[in-house]
Design a protein around this ligand. Structure first.
Ligand code: HEC
Length: 147
């Protein structure tokens, strides 16, 4: 009886952990996609300001750069094991984790540099710093995101 109980408890725990795992993957995917959407939300209007499509406002530009910079630290942990299926994440990510992770390091330092440049209010500094961030987004998408 005791043995049976132990076995069924172990069974229940195992099933429980399997369920938790599936939910964890779903949550992780939702997390990273949400963070990327938020990055775009903060990033795109900065581009529009640089192009003159909307009025440049230094405080607003810096606010966006700072929030973008915070977000660059959040997406990577959403790339948990076995979470490519049904998403735009290429399986190559998990075969080249060092390179992929390096893309986030680059994004973080380029976004931090954009925050600094934004505080100068000098387009001569802001434009190239923005360009470096955009290049980092695109570089990783070219390698690791399905079109
Ligand atoms: C190190 C790699 C990497 C970098 C850097 C990166 N991305 Fe991505 N991005 C991805 C991957 C991989 C996906 C696909 C994620 C998925 O489908 O689960 C993605 C998806 C997205 C999406 C779609 C999200 C959704 O709703 O499914 C947007 C928008 C996006 N990225 C914007 C950006 C912006 C803006 C930047 C730069 C500020 C950026 N990304 C930098 C790898 C990266």
């Amino acid at each position: 009886m005791k043995k049976l109980l132990a076995a069924s408890v172990a069974g229940a725990l195992m099933m429980g952990s399997l369920n938790v795992q599936a939910a964890d993957v779903e949550d992780a995917v939702e997390h990273r996609q949400g963070i990327f959407s938020a990055m775009k939300w903060y990033f795109a209007p900065m581009g529009a300001m640089i192009k003159g499509e909307i009025d440049y406002d230094q405080a607003e530009f810096t606010r966006r750069a700072e929030l973008l910079s915070a977000l660059t630290h959040m997406a990577e942990e959403g790339f948990v094991a076995n979470s490519a299926e049904g998403t735009e994440a290429k399986p190559e990510i998990w075969e080249n984790m060092d390179k992929f992770s390096g893309g986030f390091d680059q994004l973080q330092s380029n976004a931090a540099a954009l925050v600094e440049a934004s505080k100068s209010g000098d387009m001569g500094m802001i434009k190239p710093a923005f360009g470096e961030v955009a290049k980092t987004c695109k570089g990783c998408h070219d390698n690791f995101r399905e079109d």
